[in-house]
Design a protein around this ligand. Structure first.
Ligand code: ZN
Ligand code: ZN
Length: 343
């Protein structure tokens, strides 16, 4: 029996072979997409639990990155008050197709500024946010019992964002979703078929005419529109050197590079691509994967324009109404309004 208290309940759909989280507690979460009015204090919006001064509404502060400027912090990690996945003791269910939604859930507050966004944050603030994501990601990977740690960011209501204040999310799952397991298996098979070549550090060997869709290369990273992009301006970002796990990446000086690249891409989204809502999705091996060496972490930026309709829901085949090559060209070359992309 599910309640509005405690964790959600995982139910296995035996026909569709998918897990569903039944989580009535999620219905109680605050929804706030309104823009502040001139009467609001721009530094702290009344009723926003992530704004400075509203700490009473936070269950705890798990981590804070200090800042020299008011309000004295740049990044915070807090527990998710409306978590679907939680630490939960209890008896094992009698049947395998239902279980408590055990896990952990955090909110990563990217900035103290309510109207902040990746495309408008100061470069140093963006670096601290990305380093904060990486630190909390690594810390959650250490928690016993978790099979998957998911880091993502929902930007805008079309992407499922419920609170306007800039934030990312972290969810640790005890369960290994079949879709993620199948994706890792396919990645390893692709490498075997390609004689060991990695499709993410050597995308030239996997994708036809890769240079046409390459948007930007930085010292550590490549960013491109994939050959089979599912949405206009979809982008993949991956380390240029073979790097299996996101956890170890920041040690290699990659955090600053990633922050600058995300700032650049999201400004291109804003200035050249119609400012779409999007999801930022980190793909990285499970923390207890026995063979991470054959995987390679990457970030997918998935704009949310248009809806999944009958074709997509029935077949899983997605229609992209845009040309990946034309999208890459536009992102790369700028337009008359915004000038050339900034270095
Ligand atoms: Zn706020
Ligand atoms: Zn690789």
């Amino acid at each position: 029996v599910t309640t509005t208290e405690g964790p959600g309940e995982l139910r296995w759909n035996r026909v569709l072979r998918r897990w569903v989280v039944v989580a009535p507690a999620r219905a109680a979460r605050p929804l706030d997409q309104r823009a502040p009015s001139p009467d609001d204090d721009p530094g702290s919006l009344e009723g926003c639990p992530f704004c400075p001064g509203n700490e009473d509404e936070l269950p705890a502060i798990l981590m804070e990155t200090p800042s020299e400027t008011p309000p004295g912090w740049a990044f915070r990690a807090v527990p998710n008050r409306f978590a679907a996945f939680r630490d939960a003791a209890g008896t094992e269910p009698a049947v395998p197709w239902v279980r408590p939604a055990r896990g952990a859930q955090e909110v990563l507050i990217d900035s103290p500024t309510h109207l902040g966004d990746l495309c408008s944050m100061e470069p140093n603030a963006l670096v601290r946010a990305v380093e904060g994501w990486a630190a909390r990601y690594a810390a959650m990977c250490e928690r016993p019992g978790l099979t998957r740690v998911l880091l993502f960011r929902n930007r805008g209501p079309m992407a499922g964002n419920s609170l306007r204040h800039p934030h990312a999310q972290l969810i640790g799952l005890e369960l290994d979703p079949p879709g993620m397991r199948a994706r890792d298996k396919a990645f390893r098979e692709l490498r075997r078929e390609s004689g060991g070549a990695c499709p993410l550090c050597e995308p030239e060997g996997t994708e036809p005419d890769f240079q046409d869709r390459l948007v930007r290369r930085t010292p550590h990273l490549s960013a491109w529109v994939p050959w089979a992009a599912e949405a206009p301006f979809e982008m993949w970002i991956a380390p240029r050197r073979h790097t299996p796990d996101f956890r170890t990446s920041m040690e290699e000086g990659l955090g600053g590079d990633l922050a600058h690249l995300l700032g650049w891409i999201t400004r291109r989204y804003r200035d050249a691509a119609g400012d779409p809502d999007y999801n930022l999705l980190l793909h990285s091996p499970g923390p207890r994967d026995p063979d991470p060496e054959n995987l390679h972490w990457w970030i997918r930026l998935r704009p949310r324009v248009g809806h999944f309709a009958g074709l997509e829901l029935l077949s899983g085949v997605v229609v992209n109404p845009s040309s990946p090559e034309a999208d890459a060209k536009l992102l790369r070359e700028g337009d008359r309004n915004s000038g050339s992309p900034r270095a």
